[in-house]
Write a protein that binds this ligand. Sequence first.
Ligand SMILES: Nc1ncnc2c1ncn2[C@@H]1O[C@H](COP(=O)(O)OP(=O)(O)OP(=O)(O)O)[C@@H](O)[C@H]1O
Ligand SMILES: [Mg+2]
Length: 224
Amino acid sequence: MQIDIKQLVKEYHGEGDTVRVLDGLDLHVARASVLSVEGASGEGKSTLLNIIGTVDKATSGEIWIDESELTGMRPSEKELFRAQSLGFIFQHHYLLPDFTVLYNVMMPLLIQRKDRGWCRSEATRILERVGLAHRLDHYPNQISGGEMARVGVARALVGGKQLILADEPTGNLDKRNSDKLCDLLWELQAELGFTLLIVTHDMDVAARVPLRYRLANGTLQTIG
Ligand SMILES: Nc1ncnc2c1ncn2[C@@H]1O[C@H](COP(=O)(O)OP(=O)(O)OP(=O)(O)O)[C@@H](O)[C@H]1O
Ligand SMILES: [Mg+2]
């Protein structure tokens, strides 16, 4: 997916004061590219991801996803975009503790009321691809941190998503697991051709990203 962000502004209104987190931010993301957004804590990295991911609303500005403008979409169109095209990967994976690994990954498809058998085979296929074929029936508290991260990747990708937004995906992992997760993400991106936007503080991760941006004072600058 291609993204074009024009003059994006996000303000939070508190008691008597207004905090302007994003201040006329512009960004062009080419189809099937990998880019990072870096920057100090509180600069608005998660805010930016959440706005692109339609879980938060901009104060003003435009976001074009391919030929559609997000801020003008009806709720039902946004929902369709989220369900069909968008995958989120989080630092704290937010796996559902009462469901098995397989069901956690089936869930985004089940919510779309897809055929149950198809959901199962799609989820199984992506879990095999991330190396978890032997953990399908385990619960989240029965797998390791590195495995949880890979379940998070599988859940984001299941059903063939075209835009993956990752907020500190390696934030909870040691160096070895972080390297493994990056290897996996990069391999999958090359195979499947999704657009990957990674927010990260981790310099080892950032060093592997071809196109890097720093978010500061509400706008983005290229790094390097
Ligand atoms: N709902 C809210 N109401 C008011 N201010 C908010 C709200 N959500 C976020 N903020 C403020 O907006 C700023 C940006 O927050 P954001 O979570 O996007 O930062 P971040 O760059 O992701 O930081 P970190 O690296 O710590 O995750 C922060 O100063 C935060 O306090
Ligand atoms: Mg954040």
